[in-house]
Design a protein around this ligand. Structure first.
Ligand SMILES: *[C@@H]1O[C@H](CO)[C@@H](O)[C@H](O)[C@H]1NC(C)=O
Ligand SMILES: *[C@@H]1O[C@H](CO)[C@@H](O)[C@H](O)[C@H]1NC(C)=O
Ligand SMILES: *[C@@H]1O[C@H](CO)[C@@H](O)[C@H](O)[C@H]1NC(C)=O
Ligand SMILES: *[C@@H]1O[C@H](CO)[C@@H](O)[C@H](O)[C@H]1NC(C)=O
Ligand SMILES: *[C@@H]1O[C@H](CO)[C@@H](O)[C@H](O)[C@H]1NC(C)=O
Length: 326
């Protein structure tokens, strides 16, 4: 009498066991809770979570790895990528002075990339955890905070994200001196984009030397800021750059800089939309890796050296010279 029930019970136990194992593999409970807390935070601040995060449901059977905007590592089941860009608020425009606490993502132990662009955030908090010796978000390689309302105060908290390789701060309200000391701590940086802000040269050229700790930096996008020609004197601190974008800044007059001519690894140099004029230093010939040089200017500006100096001074193999002098 009892035997068939026993078999049935064992089978049931086995099924429950298998479901548990597979369920855990899909999504870790603490990671799911962290994501749901982030959703609650946005909801509280009147973001349209119903339309943007509708798949994020607080249901024990729901696997957070299947949620929209979430990517997990299929073998470990940990969340590795979050695309949380452009989650709009219900009202038009950015009406709130909203601080983002990045430590909310701390339970996502293997998070590698986090896209929080276009979210109207204006302040950033990162709580350093004194109790655990691990640093905050220590696997994070890519952080995109572009198109928000951050000002210079965002820079200080970023210092704790020492594993970052790609940091994108494009199009915010970061105005003032280029944050040399603070960024010099991020020694794994390979790409830094601070374009479309209002940053200027550090107060003394010597300060820039602190950046020579960034030995892996390949791409530096300083476009659409207010750097002037002195920035070239700072570049000796970054001799391994491959891509340097300085378009639409306040560089005027002649391009004569030893710093620029030392950049033997430079492959792309964008100096378009500045007020550069006069003699183009022949030391630019020393930039033997250069493939793209953009000296184009707006119609309202005049680039006189292009007529003074024949283009043949550019002896670079496959150089694409984009130059519209009018
Ligand atoms: C969300 O919107 C409601 C209704 O407009 C408003 O009363 C409330 O203060 C808003 N909440 C926040 C955090 O701004
Ligand atoms: C997934 O995790 C495994 C084990 O840690 C790792 O070897 C692999 O590179 C990861 N895959 C991705 C896409 O991150
Ligand atoms: C930020 O979030 C962390 C983790 O959730 C929390 O411990 C900390 O108190 C928060 N900080 C602030 C200022 O809200
Ligand atoms: C910068 O942003 C922070 C956080 O929103 C704010 O508290 C502070 O007043 C802002 N500073 C300036 C100069 O606007
Ligand atoms: C550029 O190269 C020339 C000769 O190849 C050399 O004399 C000059 O010092 C170099 N300039 C710089 C800035 O490296």
């Amino acid at each position: 009498m009892e035997w068939p029930c026993m078999t049935w019970c064992l089978q049931l136990l086995f099924v429950v066991f298998v479901v548990q194992i597979c369920g855990n593999k899909g999504c870790f409970q603490e990671e799911k809770i962290a994501l749901l807390e982030y959703k609650e935070f946005l909801k509280f601040h009147n973001y349209s979570v119903q339309s943007f995060l509708s798949s994020w449901v607080n249901d024990p059977n729901s696997d957070c790895c299947t949620w929209k905007r979430v990517t997990c590592n299929s073998s470990t089941g940990h969340v590795i990528h979050l695309s949380l860009d452009s989650i709009m608020q219900e009202q038009e425009g950015c009406s709130l002075n909203l601080n983002l606490n990045l430590s909310m993502f701390q339970p996502l132990k293997e998070l590698k990339s986090l896209d929080l662009s276009s979210n109207c955030f204006s302040g950033l908090i990162i709580t350093e955890d004194d109790h655990r010796s691990v640093s905050t978000l220590k696997m994070l390689k890519t952080l995109d905070l572009s198109h928000n309302s951050f000002n210079w105060s965002i820079i200080r908290p970023l210092k704790s994200l020492t594993s970052l390789k790609n940091l994108i701060l494009r199009d915010n309200y970061i105005r003032g001196d280029f944050p040399v000391q603070e960024l010099s701590i991020l020694q794994n940086l390979e790409m830094l984009d601070v374009s479309w802000n209002a940053l200027r040269n550090p107060s003394t050229v010597k300060d820039f030397h602190a950046l020579s700790t960034l030995k892996k930096l390949k791409t530096l996008d300083l476009g659409y800021n207010i750097f002037d020609g002195k920035i070239f004197e700072c570049l000796y601190a970054l001799p391994t750059l491959s891509f340097l974008l300085l378009d639409a800044n306040s560089i005027s007059g002649a391009l004569n800089s030893q710093g620029l001519c030392n950049m033997k690894t430079l492959q792309q140099l964008d100096l378009s939309d500045n007020s550069i004029s006069g003699t183009l230093s022949t030391c630019l010939n020393n930039l033997t890796s250069l493939r793209t040089l953009d000296l184009s200017v707006g119609a309202y500006r005049h680039l006189s050296f292009l007529t003074l100096h024949p283009l043949s001074i550019f002896h670079f193999g496959r150089t694409i010279l984009k130059a519209h002098s009018h």
